[in-house]
Design a protein around this ligand. Structure first.
Ligand SMILES: [Zn+2]
Length: 451
């Protein structure tokens, strides 16, 4: 174990883990030197890839963790966080910054890892070729380039801690435009090919408004043999065609997903409610699954089935709705009590939100996140504050019961969401490569004024 290039490997490696190393196609010489393997031990193929960087030595896989009843903390929302930092354009929401600004993406991964996340999702949301060229984007980068760069960044940071890499796909403009099953599946396959080349630890199909498209994605991902998680972006009302969360979950499990749940579109408690409905549906059907939830960090009590996209404040004025870290404690506890073990976040979730989830579930997990070094539990750090009335806030019951003021005079607490009611199958939703024309925009502006 003194070979310096590999001294990061856990010297207590078991036989099983040694076998895992073989899967990474390490050379016989390297393995023999490392583990003193006996002669006659064979490795099928030696290759030049930098397996040292790629693999997760001694780490348990996602299903191994969930089967053992462990809590898995997910990461937060990259698209919204990086938009605010100036690395993602609101509108197309595509992740080309994985190539153009890797330092920004890497830093956000690191912050989520430090906050306690066990999963580094590749920053590949909307990284399919049909999305990259939708509505006049004309990016010079290909989907393959972006997906590859995103995998490398996620792996680099995952290797710095106890995190796994999850390759992610999401809904496509092609599906909305009523393209065929074969065409839509080919788009997922292209991303999957990169995830396999980069050897991610598991796969997540997330942010699907229509269960049919999510099933197609799961079936494609399933061909890899890697564990597959599937999330709909739905609330208790079900998908855009009114298919209930329970039925969606049953269909996803039948398609091959081992982990099912919801992400995005609704606030944490609403998402937990939807996942509970999924769980009931799966159990009623006599099936088995693990459950995950990655909600918004925004309060959405006024949303209808399309979620926060319908809110007039979407996406540039949502700040008054942001959950506090204390809200996240309640969310984490509720998710855990509901039997959900993969608990993370989506849009609006910053690292401090994930840290709050990890802190709430520290008794169950047996560890505090590194980021808690700078965070006294329940405001304890305020004991050191200069002002006595602030020191008086250094207690759990203060923060747990606080009802924060928005600080905005004359503002309503709720909104009247848009309710255009268009989804796949309506001509309004046909996607196009060209930029939206002035004429097309005028029609939309007029329609809003007339409502
Ligand atoms: Zn989201």
């Amino acid at each position: 174990m003194k070979h310096s290039p590999w001294n990061w490997i856990n010297p207590e490696l078991t036989e099983l883990q040694t076998t895992t190393l073989l899967k990474y196609k390490a050379g016989e010489e390297q393995l023999s030197a490392l583990f003193g393997l006996k002669k006659g031990f064979t490795v099928t193929k030696c290759c030049n890839r930098n397996w040292e960087k790629e693999m997760a030595p001694g780490k348990k896989g996602i299903l191994e963790r969930l089967n053992a009843g462990e809590v898995v903390i997910g990461d937060g929302g990259f698209v919204f966080a990086l938009e605010k930092r100036g690395y993602v354009k609101a509108g197309p929401w595509t992740p080309e910054s994985a190539v153009t600004h890797p330092e920004a993406v890497r830093q956000l991964h690191r912050e989520f890892l430090r906050a306690g996340a066990n999963v580094m999702q590749t920053f590949t949301f909307y990284a399919s070729d049909d999305k990259l060229e939708n509505r006049g984007q004309n990016l010079k980068l290909t989907g393959v380039q972006i997906n590859e760069a995103a995998c490398d960044l996620a792996r680099e940071v995952a290797n710095e801690g106890d995190a796994l890499v999850a390759g992610g796909v999401c809904q496509t403009p092609s599906y909305l435009s009523c393209k065929s099953e074969t065409e839509v599946k080919a788009i997922f396959k292209k991303q999957l090919d990169v995830f396999l080349k980069k050897n991610v630890d598991f796969l997540i199909a997330e942010y699907f408004e229509h269960v049919e498209e999510a099933e197609w994605a799961v079936k494609v991902l399933k061909t890899s043999g890697k564990p597959v998680a599937a999330c709909m972006c739905i609330g208790p009302d079900g998908d855009m065609h009114g298919i209930s969360p329970g039925e969606c979950a049953v269909r996803l499990v039948k398609a091959g997903a081992q982990i099912v749940g919801v992400n995005c579109h609704f606030d944490p408690m609403t998402c937990v409610k939807a996942v509970k409905m999924m769980k009931e549906g799966v159990e009623k059907a006599g099936l088995k699954a693990h459950y995950m939830v990655q909600p918004l960090a925004y309060h959405t009590p006024d949303c209808s089935c399309q979620g926060f996209i319908d809110l007039p404040e979407f996406p540039f004025a949502l700040e008054p709705r942001i959950l506090t870290r204390w809200d996240m404690h309640k969310y984490a506890r509720e998710a855990y009590k509901s039997g959900i073990r993969f608990i993370g976040g989506c849009c609006g979730f910053e690292p401090y939100h994930i840290r709050a989830v990890a802190e709430e579930l520290a008794p169950e997990r047996g560890i505090m996140p590194p980021g808690s070094e700078k965070h006294g539990m329940w405001g304890a750090g305020l004991e050191m504050h200069t002002k006595p009335w602030v020191r008086a806030r250094a207690r759990r019951d203060y923060w747990e019961t606080l009802k924060p003021a928005s600080g905005r005079p004359l503002c309503p607490s709720l909104s009247l969401p848009d309710g255009w009611g268009v989804t796949k199958g309506h001509t309004d939703l046909l996607q196009q490569k060209e930029a939206t024309s002035k004429d097309q925009l005028k029609q939309l502006f007029d329609r809003t004024k007339n409502q």
